[in-house]
Design a protein around this ligand. Structure first.
Ligand SMILES: O=C(O)c1cc(C(=O)O)c2c(n1)C(=O)C(=O)c1cc(C(=O)O)[nH]c1-2
Length: 245
């Protein structure tokens, strides 16, 4: 039988999920940050991750639509603005396209999603469906991977700038903003989960939601590894690197 945890015990359990399952532990990220990938492999990462970026405001709009309190919506809507911006060319999605531009990928090709691995699409879509179908508490808990992202982003930016001549601070500007946005978002979501998971079942559901989200991130890297690192078995029609440096 599960017993009720204190809010701080719940937080400790949630942090433990990240320690064991967050995607910083994935071999593809180690290769990316340590400069062990070639140009085409980094292109494949940026191109696939574009879909995650593009769908984040879609999933946040679903969460927003389920919030019945103006106070909550007022906070959550900032996430959508962060990614979409207030005008064309602003916001996180536009900054991600600066990265794919910098990596020599054609914008029309990236945004058409023609080169996407199917597993990327399935994983990201699963996240969008999850927040629609599960409770609001689980939907909010699933965003808590952001508690762990500043660590990996710091490591990634430093590692990529040091190891690759084809990225610059300008092309990696997306991550700079996330270093302040992610902790702000994660603090709010953690506080919500700690206050609103009031039964052992709800607490367990919040932990499962965070595990699910870790899987969403992890399997995207599995797919990249399989298609572009080993055994390099690309999906027919998916992005095929032309140039290696
Ligand atoms: O670079 C990363 O490793 C990373 C991880 C995560 C995450 O942990 O979900 C997000 C992001 N970046 C990110 O840029 C982002 O906008 C974002 C939104 C969310 C979310 O679940 O709402 N996670 C993440």
């Amino acid at each position: 039988m599960t017993t009720l945890m204190t809010p701080d015990e719940l937080e400790a359990r949630l942090r433990d999920v990240g320690r064991r399952r967050y995607h910083n532990l994935h071999p593809f990220h180690r290769l990316l940050h340590d400069g062990k990938l070639d140009f085409g492999q980094v292109q494949a990462w940026a191109l696939n991750r574009y879909y995650y970026q593009a769908m984040i405001p879609v999933k946040d709009s679903s969460i927003l639509a389920r919030m019945e309190e103006a106070e909550l919506r007022r906070v959550w809507r900032q996430r959508i603005i962060d990614h979409d911006g207030d005008h064309d060319g602003e916001g996180g999605i536009a900054r991600w396209l600066t990265l794919t531009d910098g990596l020599g990928l054609d914008r029309e090709y990236v945004t058409s999603l023609r080169g996407l691995l199917p597993a990327t699409r399935f994983a990201v879509d699963a996240y969008v469906h999850f927040v629609r179908e599960k409770s609001l508490l689980e939907a909010i808990a699933s965003s808590l991977t952001e508690m762990f992202s500043p660590g990996i982003i710091g490591e990634r930016v430093a590692g990529m700038l040091k190891n690759y001549d084809f990225v610059s601070e300008q092309t990696l500007a997306y991550f700079e903003k996330r270093l302040t946005q992610a902790p702000r978002d994660a603090d709010f979501a953690l506080d919500y989960v700690k206050k609103n998971a009031r039964t052992p079942e709800q607490q367990e559901a919040a932990i499962r939601a965070l595990e699910f989200k870790c899987n969403v991130l992890w399997v995207q890297l599995d797919a990249l590894y399989f298609a572009y690192v080993d055994p390099k078995m690309a999906y027919p029609g998916a992005f095929a690197p032309k140039e290696t440096r």
